[in-house]
Write a protein that binds this ligand. Structure first.
Ligand code: ADP
Length: 259
């Protein structure tokens, strides 16, 4: 930790100052730790009630012959908001993980292309609501075995595709390319959406950073997605970067080591 190295025997003013500072540092560290633990616990505790509410809303929606179209609309809105809340909680739980002192990756072998297919399948409904087409293209040798943390890599891709859908207008196009390089796999997620202003490009990977609050509010979201992506890529020893042109579209490029 960042304690100050001062001999215990030293009893002059410097000695006392050192002890006081160390005391303060210890208390700060404990309090940071408690705060983080509290965040993790709260997020965890929120999961159950929210999933119960969601199930009830679904059930109410399924009994649709008894509902007026107005009631249906209300329930659908509630469901969407619950999904957002759920998303926020999942992101907070991952951030809590990122803050853990002795966090370790749970690596396993899997096929990166299959994960991409799963993510596309999962996001297709959301894309279809906006008439957005998601396509996939393989470049080079067709073998994408990787050793990595499956749930984190899935979350990484979900976040990037979710953003691509969110920030692309109706009838837009999203293209995912997957390329086999010597020691890395390269994944590109391209959209022809609203783009990101140049001045914001350096900040979008920071926690809670959102481009232009007013524009972001229309799209929902938390400002956590990309900071999580950047952490996931970093703990895997990879790289993520972005190229964007305002009103034309955005490309996120992820490099992941094969092992
Ligand atoms: P959010 O929850 O706001 O989407 P993110 O951390 O995922 O948070 O993204 C940060 C900001 O970067 C977003 O608010 C958005 O303005 C911008 N952004 C992210 N992905 C895209 C994209 N594909 N196209 C345009 N803007 C994007």
């Amino acid at each position: 930790s960042q304690r100050i190295d001062i001999p215990e025997s030293r009893e002059d003013e410097i000695g006392r100052l050192g002890k006081t500072l160390n005391n303060l540092l210890d208390r700060l560290e404990t309090s940071f730790f408690r705060q983080k633990q509290f965040n993790a616990d709260v997020s965890h505790e929120l999961k159950t009630p929210i999933s119960v509410i969601r199930a009830q809303v679904e059930e109410a929606l399924d009994s649709d012959q008894k509902l007026t179209s107005e009631q249906k609309d209300i329930l659908t809105t509630i469901k969407k908001q619950i999904d957002q809340l759920n998303n926020l909680i999942s992101q907070m739980l991952i951030l809590a993980k990122a803050d853990e002192k002795n966090f370790t990756l749970e690596k396993e072998k899997f096929d990166l292309e299959i994960v991409i297919d799963t993510v596309i399948e999962e996001m297709n409904n959301l894309a279809a609501e906006k008439n957005i087409l998601i396509t996939k293209k393989i470049i080079g040798e067709n073998n994408f075995r990787i050793k990595a943390d499956l749930s984190l890599i899935t979350q990484l891709l979900l976040n990037l595709v979710d953003n691509a859908i969110k920030y692309t207008p109706n009838e837009g196009k999203i293209k995912i390319t997957l390329k086999n390089l010597d020691n890395y796999y390269e994944i590109n997620i391209l959209d022809n959406g609203i783009g990101i202003p140049k001045k914001d490009l350096n900040n979008i990977f920071k926690r809670f950073y959102r481009v232009d609050k007013s524009r972001s509010r229309d799209y929902g979201g938390t400002g956590l997605g990309l900071s999580i992506c950047s952490w996931i890529v970093k703990v895997h020893g990879g790289e993520i970067n972005v190229e964007s042109s305002l009103r034309n579209g955005t490309k996120f490029r992820v490099m992941l080591p094969k092992k």
